[in-house]
Design a protein around this ligand. Structure first.
Ligand SMILES: NC(=O)c1ccc[n+]([C@@H]2O[C@H](COP(=O)([O-])OP(=O)(O)OC[C@H]3O[C@@H](n4cnc5c(N)ncnc54)[C@H](O)[C@@H]3O)[C@@H](O)[C@H]2O)c1
Length: 334
């Protein structure tokens, strides 16, 4: 393993909880490109080491296929990092939305308990920075139409949202006590590859199983903001480098795109003759927030570059997810 030094000249290791998932594998590819050492902790409940592509064999990586809710995992992390400075990326969570709508256990275990175990072990680890992947789900419904602001009160309406908000609060207390800088990133919907879940993943895989009819959850008017994963990585990288700690909405800052627009766009690329069938409910599932726009004024005031808007991000992701599944697509846009 080569030695990456942080700003103080100490050896730094990135510990990425959930590093084999969609966003995690993109973070890892970015870190390896920057010659940073990484320990991945992932129980492969949704992620897989194939998501790392040709980075998998890198000598900079130590892949631990372990559960972050297990104390033994934390003992192993401690043994393998010795005196290094650890930057923790907490990306592990339950991403199975339909499962999380039926029972709270996956969110309690994989979204909340992973945080509890991190907080419990923080005092015994040489941690210099903590990055947490939170979500717009912490806000609930208020201001979803105009755009959620970091300063507003949060009233989550899903087990996932409650688990993310509680995780943020636990990390804030622990980081304050231990004087560790914390980045709480509240992501918009992130799209791109290797996709493991989400609306585009669902549409593409549904079209693979049946091209007669695309069944859409909810009435299709749900409107959310979408950010491409490449832009997410650039944004996090910038805010980390500049030491802009605290809570940040991370999104395109636009009005978003509806589920019916995404359904039509997916069909026009993959299967133009397929019909679309909607449900009557406003929500796609219990706990879904039909209008979820993120106000990104705070972020936009500090970043020196532009990111793609929701529609372009979704469009690019439809191409990428189609290719991920080996599908040929038609694209009529110039
Ligand atoms: N993708 C989005 O649109 C989005 C939006 C907001 C927030 N987030 C958050 O960003 C993070 C990454 O999301 P993603 O889209 O890459 O999801 P993902 O499901 O692809 O990745 C999460 C990873 O965590 C792993 N994991 C789950 N429970 C674990 C446990 N107990 N121990 C070890 N590993 C465990 C999974 O195997 C998976 O690889 C998550 O925390 C998610 O809640 C994602």
């Amino acid at each position: 393993m080569s030695n990456t030094l942080d700003e103080s000249g100490n050896s730094r290791v990135n510990v990425v909880l959930g590093g084999l998932g969609f966003i995690g594998s993109n973070v890892i590819k970015h870190l390896v490109k920057a010659k940073e050492k990484c320990i991945i902790v992932d129980n492969e409940v949704l992620g897989h080491d194939s998501n790392l592509g040709n980075v998998l064999g890198s000598p900079l990586l130590n892949v631990m296929k372990l559960d972050a809710t297990n104390q033994l995992t934390w003992t192993k992390i401690r043994e393998s990092c010795k005196d290094a400075n650890l930057r923790i990326w907490h990306l592990a969570a339950n991403s199975d939305i339909s499962l999380g709508a039926q029972t709270l256990l996956p969110d309690v275990k994989n979204t909340l308990e992973t945080t509890v175990m991190l907080v419990e072990n923080m005092v015994n680890l040489p941690i210099s920075e903590v990055v947490f992947a939170s979500s717009s789900a912490v806000y609930g419904v208020k201001n979803g139409e105009v755009g959620f602001k970091e300063t507003q009160h949060c009233f989550p309406i899903s087990y996932y949202g409650v688990s993310k908000l509680t995780s943020e609060q636990l990390l804030e207390i622990a980081c304050e006590r231990l004087k560790i800088p914390l980045w709480n990133f509240r992501f918009a919907n992130i799209v791109g590859t290797p996709s493991t879940h989400g609306v585009i993943f669902d549409f593409v895989t549904n079209l693979i199983s049946s091209s007669d009819k695309l069944m859409v959850r909810g009435n299709g008017n749900q409107c959310k903001t979408y950010l491409h994963v490449d832009d997410l990585i650039r944004l996090m990288d910038y805010l980390l480098q500049e030491k802009f700690t605290g809570t940040w909405n991370i999104g395109p800052g636009d009005r978003g795109i509806t589920v019916s627009e995404i359904a039509s766009m997916t069909i026009s690329h993959l299967s133009p003759l397929t019909s679309i069938q909607y449900e009557v409910s406003e929500e796609g599932w219990p706990g879904d927030v039909p209008l979820a726009r993120l106000n990104c004024t705070k972020m936009n005031a500090v970043i020196p570059f532009m990111v793609k808007g929701s529609k372009d991000a979704v469009h690019q992701a439809i191409h990428e997810v189609s290719s991920q599944f080996g599908l040929k697509f038609i694209c009529n846009s110039v």
